[in-house]
Design a protein around this ligand. Structure first.
Ligand code: ATP
Length: 267
C-alpha cells in the first residue's frame, strides 16, 4: 500500500508538488498521467526517499523499487553483475539471488545478454535492464517512470506482462506514462496529475463516463456523424430508423486521451 498525503515541494517560485494526494492499494496498478512538469517525477523521488517534501508525508508498506525515467546504470559492468548488485542490495544472496536473476532475465527477455556489458546494449535492452533491477527483489511498492519509453512492441509487451504479474502477486504499483493505451492493457486505475496535484482519480471507465465518443455512418451519397457518450447505442438507434443502404460504419469510443485533453483544458 502507498498513501501520499498533502505533499508540497517548492523550488523557489515553482511548486513542483502543491497538495499531492494519492492512495494506491496492494495489488493495484495506478497509472499516473499528466503534462510535462505536473510533478510526477518529484512525487516518485519523494516516495523513494530520495528527496524530502516541504510538507506532507508518504506512508508505504514494504520496500520500494524504482525505475527512474533517466537511465541510471553502470555502463562498464554486465547485466548479470547489475542484477547481482541490485538483488544484493535488497538482501538476496546465493542460490536465491541466482534464481531471481535467471527468472527476471527470462521474463524481460534479457537471458541472451546477461553477460554483455550494459554500455554496449541497445537502448531498449538498457531500459529492460533498469526495469529488471527494480523488479528483481520483488519489492512491495514499485515506482516505474515511463519504463517503456523507446521500447519496441515485444519489449513493451514483456515489460507490461511482468508489471501486471507483480501486481497480481500483491505489489502496489505506480506507473507513469504518456502512452495511455498501456494503462488499459495493464488494467490500471488512473490518476491524472496537473500543477502538482492529482485532479482526477478512478478507473478508466469511471473517468470516461460522459465523455463524448463518435459514430460515423457512411451512406451512398451522404455521411452521418453523431457525437455522443454512448456511440454503440446511438448506432443501434440510427440503424433501426435508417431506410438506405449503409456503406461503412466507424465507431470511436471515448478514450483516456479524450479525458486527458478535457482535464488539461479545464481551468
Ligand atoms: N531540482 C529542481 N529544481 C528546480 N525545479 C525543479 C526541480 N525538480 C523539478 N522542478 C520543477 O518542478 C516541476 C515538476 O517537475 P517534475 O519533474 O516532477 O514533472 P513531471 O511531471 O515528472 O514531468 P515529465 O512528464 O516531464 O517527466 C517542473 O516545473 C520542474 O521544472
Amino acid at each position: 500500500m502507498l498513501s501520499a498525503n498533502g505533499l508540497i515541494k517548492r523550488y523557489g517560485d515553482i511548486a513542483a508538488l502543491d497538495g499531492f494526494d494519492l492512495r494506491v492499494e496492494a495489488g493495484e496498478i495506478a497509472g499516473l498521467v499528466g503534462h510535462n512538469g505536473a510533478g510526477k517525477t518529484t512525487f516518485f523521488d519523494i516516495a523513494a526517499g530520495l528527496i524530502r517534501p516541504d510538507a506532507g508525508d508518504v506512508a508505504i508498506t514494504g520496500e520500494v523499487g524504482m525505475a527512474p525515467q533517466q537511465l541510471a546504470l553502470y555502463p562498464s559492468v554486465t547485466v548479470r553483475e547489475t542484477l547481482r548488485l541490485f538483488g544484493g542490495l535488497a538482501g538476496l544472496r546465493g542460490r536465491a539471488l541466482t534464481a531471481a536473476i535467471d527468472a527476471t532475465a527470462e521474463e524481460l527477455a534479457l537471458t541472451g545478454v546477461l553477460d554483455r556489458r550494459v554500455g554496449v546494449l541497445s537502448g531498449g535492452q538498457q531500459r529492460r535492464t533498469q526495469a529488471a533491477a527494480a523488479l528483481l527483489p520483488r519489492p512491495g511498492v514499485l515506482l516505474l517512470d515511463e519504463p517503456t519509453a523507446g521500447a519496441d512492441p515485444e519489449t513493451r509487451a514483456a515489460l507490461l506482462a511482468a508489471v501486471r504479474r507483480r501486481a497480481d502477486d500483491g505489489a502496489t504499483v505506480v506507473y507513469c506514462t504518456h502512452y495511455l493505451p498501456e494503462l488499459a492493457e495493464l488494467r490500471a486505475t488512473v490518476a491524472v496529475a496537473r500543477d502538482g496535484r492529482v485532479i482526477a482519480r478512478g478507473t478508466g471507465a469511471d473517468l470516461l463516463k460522459g465523455l463524448p465518443g463518435e459514430v460515423r455512418v457512411v451512406l451512398d451519397d451522404d455521411e452521418i456523424t453523431i457525437t455522443t457518450a454512448d456511440p454503440t447505442a446511438a448506432l443501434a438507434d440510427l440503424l433501426r430508423d435508417l431506410d438506405r443502404p449503409v456503406r461503412g460504419i466507424d465507431i470511436r469510443q471515448p478514450s483516456l486521451d479524450d479525458l486527458y485533453r478535457e482535464l488539461s483544458h479545464a481551468a
